[in-house]
Write a protein that binds this ligand. Structure first.
Ligand code: ADP
Ligand code: ASP
Ligand code: MG
Length: 438
C-alpha cells in the first residue's frame, strides 16, 4: 500500500479537493494524509495568539470569520443536501470545540486543541466528498493512533500497534483518509508534530505500515536545488538520498518537515515528492542511493543564535569542551554548528528558550559573546569526494559575504556556513549563480 500526503494548498479550495479526489481514485488501496486547508492553521495560530494576550473580542471575531469561510466551502463542495448537512455538522462540531477552548483561561493545551481543528475539518469534509462520489472510504482518527512521548518525539512503536488496531476497527476500505500534524502526547492531551508536521505523519504511517512508497504531494514539482522563495533560478532535483534530504530538510528546506525522512530511512521506504497541480511530472525520488557528484542543493535555516566562549583555560587543557556541552545538555538545548580554536569555541542554537540560563553558566568559563539573527546555509552534495577544490569554489562563490562560522568535514556531503540573516538572500543567490547547475 502507498501512503500519500496532500499539503494545505492541495486541499485549499473546493476545486483542489476535487482534483485530489480524481487523482487518488485509481482503484488501488491507499492511505491518504491531509493537512488543513491552506491558511487555516495560520488563522488558528493567530486566534490563539489573541487568546494568549487575553484579547477575546478580536479572537471571537476571527473565529466567526473563519467559520463563514468554512460554511462557504461546505455549500460549494457537495451536491446532495444530505452531504451538505453532514458537512455543516462537521464544521459545527469543530467550531464548538474552538469556542469552548477559547472560553476560559487559555494555555498551551487549549491552543493545541484549537490547532487540531484544521486537519479535523479538512479530513472530515474530504471523506464526505469521497463518499458522495461513491468511493469506498473510511476516516481513520489520527488522535487514536498518532503518539509522541514525554520528550515530544514520535513513538513509532505505539503508532504501529495503534494504527493496526484502528484500521481493523473501522473495517476494510479502498481509501483510508487521516489527519496529518495532530497527535496525542504522553499525557493523552491533543498535541502536534510542529508546523509542517503532516509530512512527518505520512512518513511515520508509511513506516508503521511498511508502505511500498510514501508520496508527499505539494504545490511544486519536487525538491529544488535552492529555495524558490528567495532565488529565481532554481531547478528540480530528480534524485536525492535520505541523508542528503535529511540534511536539507533539517537546515530549512520548507518543502519537507525536518524529520520526515527518518522513519522512511529506517525501513528503507522510497519517498516521492510530487506536484498536485502537475501529477504526470515524476517529481523527486528519495531513496538510500546517492547519485551524481558535486554540489547538489542548498538550504537556509533562520532564527539561529551564535554563542562564542573565549577562555585561556582552554589552552592545552582537556575537559573544557565537555563542560561546555554539559551545560547545553542540562538545558536540553541542541547545538547545530560548532567551531573551535585553541582559546575559543563558537556554537549555534535555534532554541533560545533557555538562553539566559545557559549564558549564566557559560560565563563561569570565560568571556561570552552572543550574535542573534543568524542563518545557517547548508550546502549539500558529494562535497568531500575524490575531486579536489570544492572548499575553494565555495569560498570564491561567497566573496563579500561576512561568514561568521564554517563547518566542513563533519560529513562527506555537507558544508555549512553561518551568515547574518540580512545576508541570507545574497548568499543563496551567490551559491545559485556560482555553484549550482541551473
Ligand atoms: P505543503 O503545504 O504542501 O506542505 P509547503 O508550503 O510546506 O507545502 O512546502 C512547499 C513549498 O516549499 C514550496 O511552495 C516552496 O515555496 C517551498 N520551498 C522551500 N525550499 C524549497 C526547495 N528546496 N524545493 C522546493 N520547494 C521549496
Ligand atoms: N497544517 C499544519 C501547518 O500548517 C501542518 C501541515 O500543513 O503540514 O503547519
Ligand atoms: Mg509543508
Amino acid at each position: 500500500m502507498k501512503v500519500l500526503k496532500f499539503g494545505g494548498t492541495s486541499v485549499g479550495s473546493v476545486e483542489n479537493m476535487n482534483a485530489v479526489m480524481n487523482l487518488i481514485t485509481d482503484g488501488k488501496k491507499k492511505l491518504v494524509v491531509l493537512s488543513a486547508m491552506s491558511g487555516t492553521t495560520n488563522a488558528l495560530v493567530e486566534i490563539s495568539d489573541y487568546l494568549h494576550k487575553k484579547n477575546k473580542d478580536v479572537a471571537r471575531a476571527q473565529i466567526g470569520k473563519l467559520e463563514l469561510q468554512y460554511k462557504e466551502v461546505v455549500s460549494n463542495l457537495f451536491k446532495e443536501e444530505a452531504r451538505k448537512k453532514e458537512g455543516l455538522q462537521i464544521i459545527k462540531k469543530c467550531f464548538e470545540t474552538i469556542r469552548q477552548e477559547a472560553s476560559g483561561a487559555f494555555d498551551q493545551t487549549n491552543e493545541q486543541a484549537i490547532l487540531a481543528q484544521g486537519e479535523l475539518m479538512s479530513t472530515g469534509l474530504f471523506t464526505q466528498l469521497m463518499l458522495e462520489n461513491g468511493y469506498n472510504t473510511k476516516l481513520l482518527p489520527a488522535l487514536d493512533f498518532m503518539r509522541i512521548d514525554a520528550e515530544k518525539s514520535a513513538d513509532l512503536h505505539a503508532i504501529t500497534v495503534n494504527i493496526e488496531k484502528v484500521m481493523k476497527e473501522v473495517g476494510d476500505a479502498d481509501y483510508y483518509i487521516t489527519q496529518g500534524f495532530i497527535c496525542r502526547n504522553d499525557k493523552d492531551e491533543i498535541d502536534n508534530l510542529q508546523r509542517g508536521g503532516s509530512d512527518y505523519t505520512a512518513s511515520l504511517i508509511g513506516a508503521a505500515l511498511y508502505a511500498e512508497e510514501i508520496q508527499i504531494w505539494t504545490d511544486i514539482d519536487g525538491f529544488h536545488n535552492n529555495d524558490p522563495r528567495y532565488v529565481s533560478n532554481t531547478k528540480k532535483i530528480e534524485q536525492l538520498s535520505f541523508n542528503e534530504t535529511a540534511e536539507l530538510a533539517y537546515f530549512g528546506a520548507k518543502i519537507l518537515h525536518p524529520q520526515t525522512v527518518l522513519p522512511a530511512k529506517l525501513h528503507n521506504i522510497p519517498v516521492r515528492l510530487k506536484n498536485t497541480m502537475n501529477p504526470s511530472d515524476p517529481g523527486t525520488l528519495i531513496t538510500s542511493e546517492t547519485s551524481g557528484s558535486g554540489i547538489k542543493a542548498v538550504a537556509a535555516k533562520d532564527g539561529i543564535t551564535a554563542i562564542k566562549v573565549r577562555s585561556d583555560r582552554m589552552l592545552m587543557a582537556y575537559g573544557f569542551l565537555k563542560s561546555i556541552f554539559e551545560i547545553f545538555e542540562f538545558f536540553k538545548t541542541p547545538i547545530d554548528m560548532i567551531s573551535t580554536s585553541e582559546v575559543a569555541v563558537s556554537l549555534t542554537i535555534d532554541n533560545t528558550s533557555k538562553l539566559k540560563d545557559i549564558l549564566k553558566e557559560l560565563k563561569e568559563y570565560g568571556e561570552v559573546l552572543v550574535d542573534e539573527e543568524q542563518t545557517i546555509i547548508c550546502i549539500v552534495g558529494d562535497i568531500i569526494g575524490e575531486e579536489r577544490g570544492f572548499a575553494s569554489k565555495v569560498f570564491n562563490a561567497l566573496e563579500g559575504i561576512p561568514i561568521r562560522m564554517i563547518s566542513y568535514g563533519g560529513s562527506r556531503h555537507n558544508i555549512s556556513v553561518l551568515v547574518p540573516t540580512a545576508f541570507k538572500q545574497k548568499t543563496l543567490q551567490a551559491i545559485s549563480d556560482n555553484l549550482l547547475e541551473n
